[in-house]
Structure formats: C-alpha cells, structure tokens
Design a protein around this ligand. Structure first.
Ligand SMILES: Cc1ncc(COP(=O)(O)O)c(C=O)c1O
Length: 380
C-alpha cells in the first residue's frame, strides 16, 4: 500500500493543538503575565465549567488521576485492612492507590465481550470487610453502573468510578435517563494526562461528587488536610491542578464532544473495515453507555500479535497492547490469594488484545492505510 504523508501516531496531540493554538497560546501567556500559577482564576473557572458540563455539584481539581483515586479513598475514611474490589484488567493506578493506603485490593475478572468488571464475580468477592467497589470505565465506555449500584446498595458499599479513560461518556439508565461517567457513584475520579480524551499539557486530574460534605473533605485532603490557613485537621496531600493546565483545559473542554465525535468516526471506519473478519473482534457497543473511544481495542484470534505489531511498525503504524500483564500476575501485586489461571478472561485478553491509533485527527486516507495493512497481515 502507498504510504501516507503524515506521521501516524497512537495519539496526535500536535495536530490537535495546531487547531486551537491561537486561543491556547493567549490563555497560557495570560497566566504567565498574571503570574497566577497556583490556584489562579482559571482553576476556579475550569472547575465551574466542568461542573456544568458533567452536571455534578462538585468538581475538585487535583494534580493527576492517581492522586484523584487516592484522595477519594482517603476521604471515605477507609481503614487499613478494608477491602476494595476492582477489576484485574485495568491500568495499574486503580489498584496501586488501594495498596498504597494499606487497604486490601480484591481483584475480580472481567467479562469477555465488553471488558467490564464481572458483576457476579464482584458479588462473590464481597466479605464483611468490603468497603468499596472501583469500577473502571475502560477504553471510553461506562461499566454496567446500574448493576454495580444495586450491589453497592445491597451491601452498603461506596462506589468510586475510575473515569480516567471515559470523560464525557454518557451512562444510560434503564428508564432512559442519562448521567455522565464519573457522576453516578459516590465519587468519580479522572485524569487529564495529555493523551486522555480531555488532556492538558502535563499532569492533571479531578474528583467529582454530588455530596457536599464529602466534597469539603476532599478539598481539605487535597490541600494538606488544611481547614483554615495553617490549621490542619487531618493528614492530607499536596495535589493541585496548575493554573496553566486549567487554562488549557477550559479551551479543550469546549471541544470535548466534538473530539468524541471525531473518535467515533474513526472507530466506525475501523468497525466497517474489520466487519465479519473472523480473526478480529471489534469493540462491542452496549445499550447502557455510549462510547468515547479513548482506545480502539480489538481482540485477535488465530493471529500472531507480535508479528502483526512488527509488520505494522515496519510500515510506520504504531499499535499498543493495553494491557499485556494482568494485575494479579504483576510482581508488585503477587499475593498468595491469586495464581495464574484465576482470572481466565483477563489472562486471555492480555494475550489477545491490541489497540490501533485512535485520536481526533485521523483522516480517511490514514485509516485506509492502517486498516489495509492490518488486513493484509491478518488475512495472510
Ligand atoms: C484507568 C486509569 N486510571 C488511572 C489513571 C491514572 O491517571 P494519571 O496518569 O493522571 O495519574 C489512568 C491514566 O493513565 C488510567 O488510565
């Protein structure tokens, strides 16, 4: 196939920036001119604009998505030894903060078609020590929140949504009403890492909640446990969103839905190209959530995945494995409770998934080149 003129990347932040460069450059310069680097007016404005976009009462900006998860768990007064259930198939940060706080990560498997945390497995894992469930809205689509909320109610558990990969996605309840990902459980957490759907130019994160008392506590913990200046009521952390990042995020937030539409257009192209190919299982759509395609991740069968990656790399097409190793088999999380074979779906996914370039700037010519090369290898 004839090569394309653009450099193909998993995420093309440069071209995205070019389109909003003028506005962004002015906003950054404005922060510098005012030297309002910490807690400047853009932080408050962004917080309020995100609250309106998400229709949530409180957004608390912080330094990154991992901090958001940690602060959320600290605010819920979870005690060492309390059990927190999360998916085995996720980015490490979700389980990392559970362990870091001396809580006990309880891993459960996911379901094969959707990569969602397995509801039946959650219920089986609940013990009298279980305090919270952390569903991950993986790759840009909500987990089955209605069923998770029902379990949380039955067993009196908190729900912390890891929304790092799905900001802007809509959850659709069975009565037809919708809520934004991250605003459904007790607390929602997100990341503004540059490659995220709403990404800044460095690190950033935020916490969401409709509970005002909890929000006050979260604000305090994120600011050294400080209630009034130099009065510290609890041990907290120092976790702030820089003003420069907030100024950039304010601009990008206005484009978030348009970015999701561009990602969906690329996903539709991939879907069509791979339709009916027995070796490529495309991402499943579900009734209860739309998709904002943080990643376009397929499952391969009867394809040498390493060979495909090498073949694509030789043609300047990147592809990534999210994620190659299940949490329960990571050295840091080795635990006598778990062994190889315990989470067969996650283990199988780790061996079969592959993610192709997905971002807001993919055009048909590039997608044709990418899919053409993928199919050339797969159909050999
Ligand atoms: C599912 C998930 N949770 C948490 C995080 C952590 O976010 P951050 O990198 O901003 O700390 C990420 C980001 O990579 C993520 O993908």
């Amino acid at each position: 196939m004839e090569k394309v003129s653009v450099k193909i990347q998993m995420v093309d932040l440069k071209s995205q920036y070019e389109k909003i460069k003028k506005e962004v450059d002015v906003a950054i310069q404005n922060v510098i001119d005012n030297t309002a680097f910490i807690n400047g007016p853009d932080v408050k404005a962004f917080k309020e604009e995100l609250e309106q976009y998400l229709k949530v009462k409180n957004v608390i900006p912080c330094a990154n998505g991992t901090d958001a998860l940690q602060i959320a768990m600290m605010a819920l007064d979870l005690k060492p030894g309390d059990e927190v259930i999360t998916a085995d198939f996720t980015y490490v940060a979700t389980a990392e903060v559970i362990g870091l706080l001396g809580l006990k990560p309880v891993l459960v498997d996911v379901v094969p078609d959707t990569f969602d945390i397995d509801i039946a497995a959650i219920e089986k894992a609940i013990t009298p020590k279980t305090k919270a469930i952390v569903p991950v809205h993986l790759f840009g689509r909500c987990a089955n929140m209605e069923e998770i909320l029902a379990l949380a109610k039955k067993y009196n558990l908190y729900v912390i949504e890891d929304t790092a990969q799905a900001l802007g996605a809509d959850y659709v309840f069975s009565d037809g009403t919708t809520k934004k990902a991250g605003t459904i459980g007790t607390i929602g957490c997100t990341s503004f890492f540059p490659s995220k759907n709403l990404g800044c130019f460095g690190d950033g994160g935020a916490i969401f909640t409709n509970d005002d008392t909890l929000a006050a506590k979260i604000r305090m913990i994120a600011n050294h446990g400080q209630s009034v200046q130099y009065v510290h009521d609890s041990i907290g952390v120092n976790s702030r969103l820089d003003t420069i990042q907030a100024a950039i995020l304010r601009i990008k937030l206005r484009h978030l839905d348009e970015y999701a539409a561009a990602r969906n257009k690329a996903a539709a192209y991939y879907d069509k190209a791979f339709a009916n190919n027995p070796k490529i299982k495309t991402p499943k759509r579900v009734k209860f959530s739309n998709h904002v395609f943080h990643q376009y991740t397929v499952q391969l069968s009867d394809v040498d995945r390493t060979g495909l990656r090498e073949f694509l790399a030789e043609r300047s097409i990147p592809a990534m494995i999210y994620y190659p190793i299940p949490l329960h088999l990571q050295k840091a999380y080795i635990d006598p409770r778990y062994k190889k074979g315990d989470f067969p779906v996650t283990e199988q996914l780790c061996n079969s998934v592959i993610s192709f370039p997905m971002h807001t700037e993919l055009n048909e010519e590039t997608l044709k080149y990418i899919t053409g090369n993928i199919l050339e290898y797969v159909n050999r």
